[in-house]
Design a protein around this ligand. Structure first.
Ligand code: BDR
Ligand code: CA
Length: 312
């Protein structure tokens, strides 16, 4: 089996780190590069954090590129209240040994889409969609070369997590999300409706820790910091592990269910800015532009996640 080529576009973030670990632990995937974007914390930190994670996984060979430092037309909103000041609070951090690539993330994505055979590169988007929208604006011709965009973002039945109607990744750069959802690229969307079912319960974090390898211990420590905010907010045992659902989709899509529908992004209303308006019940004839995932077998997800991180 030839591994599936992916680029991970990300703003680490402990749950982004979990997604990167799951990808690097999985032989079905070939991580061509990691592109950082500003989101949970400013760009200098998300880029550094991506490098830290690759090194913790023993994969300092994976190149990390730095991308957009601010949303297309708005001021950056960050989420230190969830992730801590560093973006990866909960563990001891260090400066990565391998420097960032000198090439910009946007150029790396464009070059990769141009040079790899058409329809072979999947973009995994774990943060605001600024980098990907910039690629599509700059070179519209590469859109048709993308195999699939799998993104964590939005929420519909579940509402929002940064405002009552918007999820963080879409809220930070709604114009970018609008460009991506209107691009015509095949999109699979992991909204809060599914990620809120993937909870880092104490029992699951203990099982992860039981793997005993360094990446599992680091991830368990990070998750214990990360979940404190959401446990308080939602009153749950554990918090949602959003971003790894994107990678799990590539590894075992049968654990998920959803449907194709139209998704539009609110970019005007101050009240509902960044809302993802999902036509789940097909009450319009707007074209289907995304596969929207709503449910997951969360035990199956954690079996996969814990087993894979244990391999690192
Ligand atoms: C998303 O926002 C970020 O804080 C997380 O990393 C995830 O990508 C969840 O709304
Ligand atoms: Ca993220």
């Amino acid at each position: 089996m030839t591994p599936r080529k992916i680029i991970i576009d990300t703003d680490p973030g402990q749950d982004d780190a979990a997604a990167i670990m799951l990808a690097l632990a999985s032989p079905e995937l070939d991580v061509l590069g990691i592109t950082a974007v500003a989101g949970n914390v400013p760009l200098a930190l998300t880029a550094r954090n991506a490098g830290i994670i690759t090194e913790i996984c023993g994969r300092g060979d994976v190149p990390v590129f730095s991308g957009a430092s601010a949303p297309l037309r708005r001021k950056l909103v960050t989420a230190e209240h969830v992730h801590g000041k560093s973006g990866l609070d909960g563990v001891e951090l260090f400066e990565p040994g391998r420097p960032l690539e000198s090439q910009d993330a946007i150029d790396f994505i464009i070059d990769t889409l141009r040079t790899e055979p058409e329809g072979t590169v999947t973009l995994c988007a774990l943060g605001p969609l600024t980098n990907i929208a910039t690629v599509f604006e700059r070179v519209p011709g590469v859109v048709s070369r993308v195999r699939e965009i799998v993104l964590m973002g939005g929420g519909f039945f579940e509402g929002g997590n940064i405002t009552p109607s918007a999820e963080f990744n879409i809220y930070v750069d709604p114009e970018a999300a609008d460009i991506v959802f209107s691009s015509g690229a095949p999109i699979t969307m992991m909204p809060l409706d599914v990620t809120h079912k993937v909870l880092t319960t104490a029992a699951r974090v203990e099982r992860l820790r039981g793997n005993g390898n360094r990446p599992s211990m680091v991830m368990a420590d990070m998750l214990e910091f990360f979940e404190r905010f959401d446990e308080h907010k939602y009153g749950t045992d554990g918090g949602p592990l959003h971003d790894p659902t994107v990678i799990a989709w590539l590894l075992d899509p049968d654990m998920f269910s959803g449907r194709r529908c139209n998704v539009e992004i609110e970019t005007v209303s101050e009240l509902t800015l960044g809302a993802t308006v999902v036509d789940w019940w097909k009450v319009t004839d707007r074209p289907e532009n995304a596969f929207v995932v709503k449910d997951v077998d969360s035990d199956r997800f954690f079996d996969l996640f814990i087993e894979r991180v244990g391999r690192l």
